[in-house]
Design a protein around this ligand. Structure first.
Ligand code: NAD
Length: 511
């Protein structure tokens, strides 16, 4: 462990949303913190804001007034950069402009000792570029916190081309000492989270654009089946359409317009309409007082089936069988089957593998075909999305819905779009995570820690791929690529390699 001792002074530059929070985190660990902001009075108002936040913790009984006094007492507002000379680590959280950041760090090199560590909280600028031109570029790394810094666990420690590995390790260990879950990553556009998270929004926008399902239904399926804390549209409204759209565009352009990251026309329309989300009172949802909130599509109640035949093994959906038994539905197992299915009174139900039901029904001359979507955990999922082949009857959907309703799920019928909602999103998240690993940005553990700690995913995308089976992820992506004929869905070489080697991402796939 090479964390900076608590006796080391920490400096934070910029006392806005992020800087004030980072100062609080360091002071909470016991460091003396020097806080500087170029705007007159901003450092002190940052401290005052921190104090207000702590008062809320005191009111909830999570902190005593003495502890809050001690914490804020360790943060000092500084009037000039020169006052930061005693700092052993300087974390910069100022305006997101390369030349301004470069100039601040160049000044710091003259003010602070040779052993000072310089860290930038940039979320989108190359750490390599920020360090370029410094006398000691090896002393600079990225230290990327997430908003709100005192709450969010993740810190991405970013190494630029010149960053010294030991310096990165000290920052990593210091972040861990501050109670964070740090990960190491190489300086690349979007680092880990802002890159790997793109499909969470992009696939939802794509499903919406293609009329696969409406906003409220997509969000409900992602929450109640996918286990995500918020649906993608709710989250875009919270983050702000302008911010989310800007990140998407910046990642898209930084990767030389790789179609993987193609921004959405649907989101562009909302931007053009000024519907930026909660902050303007209207985004995908209307936040005006009294505005009616759209309900997710939920089917009416249909009869419970008496018996089902289960063919093969349902893989991640295997727990459905125990739930059906508990609901007193007779199960007949047919292990010999060449594919996996649940048969309900003439209707075949299958977990989506990326192909549309209409195509499968045509290929297999099997008209009454219904597909169901992936759930994080079929025991706890409270909603399941289903879709039918164009050739199938409405009764097929009703019989499938009756089965899921009998085991306590609400059912959303969506259109026959490839990979449905949760499956395509999870596979694309895993694909992007795998590409980050394949390109040496970070390791597989870091991808999962980052996505859980930075954006609260219920499970890391790569552990999720293991649980699903890496070959299943490859099949889903292959089917998406075939149907769309777009480079966007190309399979990461690392996923293909894992399939050839019959390996998973982690030694013991999480269950
Ligand atoms: N807001 C987020 O969700 C978030 C998350 C992660 C990283 N970041 C990154 O953190 C940095 C700060 O973002 P923020 O949201 O806290 O911004 P902010 O606008 O809330 O605060 C920036 C502060 O920096 C001060 N400042 C500007 N130029 C300065 C200079 N030359 N010297 C000293 N102070 C200066 C401003 O007066 C302001 O108080 C940016 O690089 C941003 O990309 C932001």
């Amino acid at each position: 462990m090479t964390a900076l001792p608590t006796t080391s002074t920490i400096a934070v530059i910029g006392a806005g949303t992020m800087g004030a929070g980072i100062a609080q985190v360091a002071a909470a660990t016991g460091h003396s913190v020097l806080l500087f902001d170029a705007a007159e009075g901003a450092a002190q108002s940052g401290i005052d804001k921190t104090r207000k936040g702590l008062d809320r913790l005191i009111a909830k009984g999570k902190m005593t007034a003495e502890q809050a006094d001690a914490l804020t007492g360790r943060i000092s507002a500084c009037g000039s950069l020169d006052e930061l000379a005693p700092a052993k680590l300087v974390v910069e959280a100022i305006v997101e402009k390369l030349d301004i950041k470069q100039s601040v760090f160049a000044q710091l090199e003259d003010i602070c000792g040779d052993d000072v560590i310089l860290a930038t909280n940039t979320s989108s600028i190359s750490v390599t570029a920020i360090a370029a031109g410094l006398k000691r570029p090896e002393r600079l790394v990225g230290m990327h916190f997430f908003n709100p810094a005192p709450v969010m666990k993740l810190v991405e420690v970013i190494s630029g081309l010149a960053s010294d590995a030991e310096v990165a390790q000290i920052v990593f260990d210091t972040a861990a000492h501050w109670g964070k879950h740090p990960v190491m990553a190489k300086s690349t556009p979007g680092f880990i989270v802002n890159r790997v998270a793109r499909p969470f929004y992009a696939e939802a926008l794509r499903v919406l654009q293609e009329g696969g399902a409406d906003v409220a239904t997509i969000d409900a399926v992602m929450r109640e089946s996918g286990g995500f804390r918020m649906g993608p549209f709710q989250l875009m409204d919270l983050i702000g359409m302008d911010v989310n759209y800007a990140v998407t565009n910046s990642v898209f352009n930084a990767y030389y317009q790789d179609q993987r990251f193609l921004p959405s026309l649907v989101q562009q329309e909302l931007m053009q309409a000024g519907r930026l989300g909660r902050k303007t009172g209207h985004g995908f949802y209307n936040y005006a007082e009294g505005a009616e909130q759209p309900a997710p599509n939920t089917t009416e109640q249909w009869p419970k089936p008496e018996r089902v035949i289960v063919g093969g093994h349902l893989g991640v959906a295997e727990s459905l069988i125990a739930q059906m038994e508990a609901a007193e539905i007779a199960i007949v197992r047919s292990e010999e089957s060449d594919h996996d299915f649940i048969w309900v009174d003439g209707v075949e139900l299958r977990l989506t593998e990326g192909a549309i039901a209409t195509e499968l029904a045509a290929e297999e001359e099997l008209n009454e075909l219904v597909l169901f979507d992936l759930a994080l955990d079929y025991n706890h999922a409270t909603r399941i999305a289903i879709t039918k082949a164009d050739q199938a009857s409405d009764e097929a959907l009703q019989k499938a819905a009756g089965l899921f309703q009998a085991i306590g799920k609400q059912v959303s019928v969506i259109d026959d779009i490839p990979g449905m909602i949760v499956m395509r999103t999870v596979c694309m998240l895993a694909n992007e995570g795998a590409d980050a690993v394949n390109q040496g940005v970070c390791n597989a553990e870091a991808v999962d820690i980052a996505m859980k700690g930075g954006v609260n995913y219920p499970q890391g995308p790569l552990a999720w791929a293991d649980q699903l089976g890496v070959p299943v992820v490859a099949t889903v992506l292959e089917n998406l690529a075939l149907l769309y004929g777009e480079d966007r869905y190309r399979i990461s070489p690392l996923i293909q390699r894992k399939c050839f080697a019959e390996q998973s991402f982690f030694e013991t796939p999480s269950s």
